[in-house]
Design a protein around this ligand. Structure first.
Ligand code: ASN
Length: 309
């Protein structure tokens, strides 16, 4: 009953409406930015034999449907790669729900959700630098649009949204780890006054290893300043069958569910591409200046959620 009362009170909070208005303008700005650049918009899918293996351990989210073992989408990465092979789909984006059943270790994290939405894009024949430039322009555009259309709501939330005139700085994981230790991302995020990129992360097999430079990767994260942490991750993709196999084997992955994906790669169907995905609730948390990510959504899906509704 106490949870019930708290939910009713939360729905009635004056900030709820301000955040909803900001949410609408944020999504409009992101989508318009890419539609005006000739991107095609996909609708999400939630069931597939494969999904993103992720770089961290989560509980499995799978269901049995007749003879099919299906995973719930953790990220739409593989369907982005495959969608690029469709006619007229050289540049795509999707607002996609992602299910990640996080371990209790992050129960108190103010920036993890069990289900969240990702603004995911992918571009055929694109390299990492071009993708990062697009991300920077898209983020600046979105913040400007929100500032323009939601000044009243931002003021109501007590949020002064900064305007970034200069280029977002680019660091590598190596230099930051050497200077600040393993927790470099949070350390830098707290110190920073503008969003910044960090390149070269050792993570999932699909992010492209730098050709000729084993153990280096053509991938990147965007990190919010003011301690808000990771905003987006992206990279160039592996697309060659042999290299994909090598990377999967290195990570000790079970290749069985990936049969059709590997067959697509073996036939040379996967194009070289780059892309990334922006966490929408994390973006809203940053824009609205809220303490906890659950505060930007109506229905609580934080790791410690009691799933009232
Ligand atoms: N969406 C990310 C990407 O495009 C992948 C992820 O969410 N893990 O690289």
């Amino acid at each position: 009953m106490e949870h019930f009362q708290r939910q009713i009170a939360a729905f009635d909070h004056p900030h709820v409406e301000a955040i909803a208005i900001i949410r609408g303008h944020t999504l409009l700005a992101l989508q318009r930015f890419l539609l005006e650049r000739n991107f095609r918009q996909l609708l999400p899918i939630l069931l597939s034999p494969i999904t993103d293996p992720l770089n961290h351990a989560v509980d499995p989210a799978e269901i049995q449907y007749h003879q099919h073992r299906l995973k719930l989408t953790a990220s739409i990465i593989f369907h982005k790669q495959l969608a690029l092979t469709a006619r007229g789909h050289e540049q795509i984006f999707v607002v996609a729900p992602n299910i990640r059943l996080e371990k209790p270790e992050v129960e108190n994290s103010p920036r993890h959700l069990l289900e969240f939405s990702q603004f995911d894009f992918e571009i055929r024949g694109c390299n990492m630098q071009q993708a990062m430039l697009l991300v920077e322009q898209m983020v600046k555009h979105t913040l400007d649009e929100v500032q323009k259309h939601c000044a009243t709501q931002l003021a109501q939330l007590g949020r002064h949204l900064p305007r970034y005139e200069t280029a977002f700085p680019i660091y590598t994981t190596d230099e930051l780890r050497a200077a600040h230790g393993d927790d470099f991302e949070q350390f830098m995020s707290e110190k920073a006054h503008t969003p910044f990129f960090i390149t070269n992360h050792r993570r999932e097999f699909y992010d492209r290893e730098t050709p000729g430079k084993r153990g280096h990767y053509n991938n990147y994260d965007l990190v919010w300043p003011e301690g808000y942490g990771e905003a987006l991750s992206g990279g160039e993709r592996e697309y060659e069958h042999g290299q994909i196999l090598l990377r999967m084997q290195e990570l000790g992955m079970d290749l069985t569910p990936f049969g059709n994906y590997l067959e697509a790669a073996r036939r040379g169907l996967l194009p070289p591409s780059a892309g990334g995905g922006l966490g929408i609730e994390r973006l809203l948390r940053f824009i609205c200046g809220t303490r906890h990510i659950r505060d930007v959504a109506l229905f609580d899906r934080s790791v410690g959620s009691n799933f009232l509704f």
